[in-house]
Design a protein around this ligand. Structure first.
Ligand code: PRX
Length: 631
């Protein structure tokens, strides 16, 4: 499946556009199917209705596990590195991983889980998390993994949205110097979740937890009661594989739905190509499995290709700023895939931590999650890759399932901080505000995709209309990404950032409306408006303008209270970096907040505010500026 030259890329790309069905059928032939498809693709973007490999039967875990056993049973599938530097790492070969997945799949079955049931997973970055994910897939249950940084309320909303039947969690998790009491958070969440019948709890941090009789079970006890034989459920290519919640510009998070066949083909194909993975190499993606990057490039992509995937429980700078480099050195990592925010944070410690480690095993570097700035790109290139490792700046989204616009390592000529060219099968277009397609090069616009690809979302769980409204209605017959983009003179794509009300904080998507709703729940707050602002390490920070007329206590205390409210309602990841108490917000006569003005003020740019004459009360802008200056 691997493309070897730019000429081959161009030829492959041409085929993928002219004969997409033939192209994708050829790629899908590299996977294991119990029965091949009757039809490669049927689609329309108006309903939307997208079906890939209709009629085909498969199980993704047979592709990720069983098919590697004969030749590569003893090859490491997962290498796990603990948060604690002193703890030994753990290696699961394909054979062991297969056994553990089958065993845990039997635990799920024993506890009444059936094909199609939704399972919530809220776990630390430990091998059992990958085992839990794959065990669901083994029996056709739909996993919904929730990142460990979300609050009880966020978890409850997600569990209820998809009516999860069972929760898999742990006593707690370690993240650097911090511990999170996962079970306690789950206990709080489940007060409001009537559909959950069982909770399976892994022992990890050994913090005391309370176990509810009849509901809570220990992972360690359960796996002793079952055997390792578990036939893989026969799944339809279009059966649901997982739900992953993500934030948008309005309302509560949406459950993005991916299906078995197309997602598998797409994650596997993009992994193998963009990173140029070679047999016996160690691939290290630093994301958490709670995000799409972890789903596609820690679990499904690498394992479907028989790769060795490294799972790191900790954070790059704990206990010292050289930790990430130590991990690369220790495990002789060949491909390192990380986020600009991590690079910037590591960069801030200077060269010393990185120079102390032997990074000569590295062959390919990757970046994901947010636009990478040129300074960080060059640092990554020079200090980490020593000028020898191509950097693949991969643009994609939870909804796309896998990489969309990205260099192919050793194939695509690179430009610093540029996602370069679409991968085969991806047909990007730029449109103006009215939806008119912008042709030619040296142009900017809103990024859309005009043709389906196998890894794309099929719906948003329980609310297909929302999927249609969010992604397929802004511009008819196009999938709208929510991103702005430049196409340069050479036809290269450079993503400029979100054009909707989504903030990208350290590569994590946060909806401004969600944060505003959380802030507004705090007693005394009348109204708030949240915007992003440039942040040196996080890429974007969260700036909240809050109307809070009766400041009885000290402003700093009130800010603390507000932060606590946001932590309780959404989770620590959505805490504003700055809160400014203001007397009013700039609104149009129809009552719409003019965020454009607030964004400028948040940036510290008080002069280029554009036309403010249409505001209800233009004087409020001066008052806000005054407050911002004195903060
Ligand atoms: O704005 C883009 C940004 O991250 C958004 C998708 O976020 P999420 O669904 O959480 O998935 C993140 C990991 C795939 C996009 O709409 N984004 C992602 N990758 C890049 C990027 N922006 C610029 N360059 C990238 N390489």
């Amino acid at each position: 499946m691997q493309i070897k030259s730019i000429a081959e890329y161009e030829e492959t790309y041409r085929l993928s556009v002219e004969q997409p069905e033939q192209f994708w059928a050829g790629i899908a032939d590299n996977f294991l199917w119990k029965k091949k498809w009757d039809n490669v693709l049927s689609w329309n973007f108006s309903e939307p209705k997208i079906k890939w490999f209709e009629g085909a039967k498969l199980n993704i875990t047979e592709n990720c596990l069983d098919r590697h056993l004969e030749k590569n049973g003893d090859k490491p599938a997962i290498i796990w590195e603990s948060n604690d530097r002193e703890k030994p790492s753990v290696t699961l070969t394909y054979r062991i991983l297969h056994e553990q997945v089958c065993r845990f799949a039997n635990v799920l079955k024993k506890n009444g889980v059936k094909k199609g049931d939704r399972i919530c997973i809220y776990m630390p970055m430990v091998p059992e998390l990958a085992v839990a994910v794959l065990a669901c897939a083994r029996i056709g249950a739909v996993h919904s993994v929730i990142f460990g940084g979300f609050s009880a309320k966020s978890i409850a909303d997600r569990i209820n949205d998809s009516a999860c039947k069972l929760v898999i969690t742990a006593d707690g998790s370690f993240r650097g110097a911090k511990q999170i009491q996962l079970k306690e958070v789950i206990d709080d969440a489940l007060i409001a979740c009537p559909t959950v019948e069982k909770v399976i709890v892994l022992t990890h941090t050994r913090t005391p937890v309370s176990m509810l009789k009849g509901r809570d079970l220990w992972f360690e006890d359960e796996i002793k009661l079952v055997d390792t034989h578990c036939p893989a459920e026969e799944m339809d290519a279009e059966d649901m594989l997982f739900i992953l919640y993500t934030s948008g510009s309005t309302g509560k998070p949406k459950g993005v739905v991916h299906t078995v066949g197309g997602y598998m083909v797409y994650a596997g194909y993009t992994f193998s190509n963009a990173f140029n993975y070679q047999p016996d190499e160690v691939f290290f993606c630093t994301a958490d499995i709670g995000w799409i990057t972890g789903h596609s490039y820690i679990v499904y992509g690498p394992l479907s290709q028989g790769a060795t995937t490294l799972m790191f429980e900790g954070v790059p700078t704990y206990p010292t700023p050289s930790r990430l480099w130590e991990v690369v050195d220790k495990h002789k990592v060949n491909i390192l895939y990380t986020a600009p925010t991590a690079i910037r944070s590591l960069m801030s410690f200077g060269k010393e931590p990185v120079e102390g480690a032997d990074l000569s095993s590295l062959r390919v570097l990757g970046s994901v999650g947010e636009p990478i700035n040129e300074e960080a790109w060059h640092w990554f290139d020079q200090e980490v890759g020593h000028g020898n490792c191509p950097i693949v700046d991969t643009w994609w989204q939870t909804e796309t399932g896998g990489l969309m616009i990205s260099p192919i390592a050793f194939v695509t000529p690179l430009k610093p901080a540029c996602a370069t060219l679409p991968l085969p099968g991806v047909q990007p277009v730029l449109v103006d505000e009215n939806g008119a397609v912008i042709e030619g090069n040296g142009v900017s616009g809103n990024l859309c995709i005009k043709f389906p690809w196998p890894g794309m979302l099929r719906t948003t769980y329980g609310d297909h209309e929302r999927c249609k409204q969010t992604y397929f209605s802004t511009y008819p017959d196009l999938y709208f990404t929510g991103d702005g983009c430049m196409r340069d003179e050479d036809g290269y794509y450079k993503i400029t950032g979100r054009v909707d009300d989504v903030i990208n904080v350290s590569g994590h998507r946060i909806g401004t409306a969600e944060v505003e709703n959380a802030i507004n729940m705090h007693a005394g707050v009348v109204e708030s408006a949240v915007v992003g602002f440039p942040h040196e390490v996080k890429g974007q920070g969260i700036y909240a303008f809050v109307i809070y007329p009766n400041l009885h206590t000290e402003a700093e205390l009130s800010k603390k209270d507000i932060l606590q409210t946001v932590t309780r309602v959404i989770g620590a990841i959505a805490k504003p970096d700055k809160i400014l108490f203001v007397p009013g917000l700039p609104k149009t006569r129809s009552g719409k907040i003019m965020r454009r003005i607030l964004r400028k003020i948040a940036e510290g740019d008080y002069t280029n505010l554009g036309d403010t004459s249409t505001l209800q009360d233009p004087a409020v802008v001066d008052e806000i500026i005054e407050k911002a200056k004195n903060q």
